[in-house]
Design a binder for this molecule. Structure first.
Ligand code: HEC
Length: 174
C-alpha cells in the first residue's frame, strides 16, 4: 500500500526506477492480472489455425481471381477448390486447443469464439460442410457449366465459409 501511494505520487520516473532496481510495482502487477496469460501451447495453436485459414483464404482468392477477373485457368481454380476440401479436413485438429476470445490480448489476434468449444459438434460439422461444398465446386468445374460453377462457388463462400464465420468467428481485432 505504502509503495503504491508512493509510486502514484512520484510518477513514471519512480516506476522506471523501481523496475530497474528489481522491484515489481504493485500497480502494474494488479493491472496485468486482469488479462489471462496464454500458454505457449495456446499461442502455437492460434498461430497454426490462423495459418491454416490463411492458406484456405489463398486458395479462395485463386478461385475468385479466375471467376471474376479471368486470371489463371479453370484447371488451376479447380485444383484450388480441391485444396480447400483437403485443408478443411485439418480444421478440427487445428482448433483442438482451447483459446477463447477472452484471452485474445494474450494470444495475439485470436478471433476464435468460445462457442467453438461449447459447441464442438456444431463447429466440426461446419468443417465437414465446407468439405462437401468444395467437392460440389470441384464437380461443377468438371462439368464445365459456368452457371453451375458460379452457383457452387457462391454456395461454398456463403454457407461453407460464411456459415462457420458467422457463428464461430469473432470481430476483427485491430
Ligand atoms: C469450421 C469453421 C470454419 C470454416 C468452415 C471456415 N472458417 Fe475461416 N475461420 C474460422 C475461425 C474460427 C477463424 C478465426 C481464427 C482465429 O483467429 O483464431 C477463421 C479465420 C479465417 C481467416 C483469417 C485468418 C487470419 O488470421 O488471418 C480467413 C482468411 C478465413 N478464415 C478464410 C476462410 C475461407 C475462405 C473459408 C471457406 C473456404 C473458411 N475460412 C472456412 C472458422 C472457419
Amino acid at each position: 500500500m505504502k509503495r503504491n501511494t508512493l509510486l502514484a505520487a512520484a510518477g513514471a520516473a519512480a516506476v522506471a526506477a523501481a523496475v530497474a532496481f528489481g522491484a515489481t510495482p504493485l500497480v502494474q502487477a494488479s493491472e496485468s492480472a486482469r488479462v489471462q496469460l496464454a500458454s505457449a501451447e495456446q499461442m502455437a495453436a492460434v498461430k497454426e489455425r490462423q495459418e491454416l485459414m490463411k492458406s484456405i483464404g489463398g486458395n479462395m482468392k485463386a478461385i475468385v481471381d479466375f471467376l471474376k477477373e479471368s486470371k489463371g485457368t479453370a484447371a488451376e481454380a479447380q485444383a484450388a477448390a480441391a485444396k480447400i476440401g483437403e485443408l478443411s479436413q485439418k480444421i478440427p485438429a487445428a482448433f483442438e486447443t482451447e483459446a477463447t476470445l477472452d484471452e485474445m490480448d494474450a494470444v495475439g489476434k485470436n478471433r476464435g469464439k468460445p462457442e467453438i468449444w461449447l459447441n464442438w459438434e456444431g463447429f466440426t460439422e461446419n468443417a465437414k460442410n465446407l468439405e462437401a461444398k468444395s467437392a460440389a465446386l470441384v464437380a461443377a468445374f468438371e462439368g464445365g457449366d459456368s452457371g453451375a460453377i458460379q452457383t457452387a462457388f457462391g454456395d461454398m463462400g456463403k454457407n461453407g465459409c460464411g456459415g462457420c464465420h458467422d457463428d464461430f468467428r469473432g470481430p476483427k481485432v485491430e
